[in-house]
Design a protein. Structure first.
Length: 107
């Protein structure tokens, strides 16, 4: 089992934030890593549009995230997905970072 720690999450966010910001998005931490300081399941990252951005650079963001997290799969295709949860995001995908799962939610 691979565990995500808060320190590891901060390192990932600091690595990607400059590019993400240049694409008019902001990376936000959520889930167990934020709430408990660790997660044995995944790292939850949320990408929110910056200050009135229309999200027109979404495709560039998606490509960049694929470069960092590898092949991105829809969360709804994951065995962990719970049908009927009230998700309201443009995209809900997951990938891997250093062999550990990252759940990605894009506004």
């Amino acid at each position: 089992m691979m565990t995500w720690t808060l320190d590891e999450a901060v390192d990932v966010i600091r690595k990607i934030q400059p590019i993400v910001r240049a694409l008019d998005y902001h990376c936000v931490l959520g889930g167990g890593v934020l709430n408990k300081g660790f997660s044995t399941k995944d790292l939850d990252l949320f990408f929110l549009k910056l200050n009135g951005s229309t999200g027109e650079r979404y495709h560039e963001l998606f490509i960049y995230l694929g470069q960092i997290f590898g092949t991105l799969e829809p969360i709804r295709d994951s065995p962990d997905y719970i049908a009927g949860e009230p998700w309201h995001y443009r995209e809900m995908i997951y990938g891997l970072y250093m062999g550990k799962r990252v759940d990605i939610f894009i506004q």
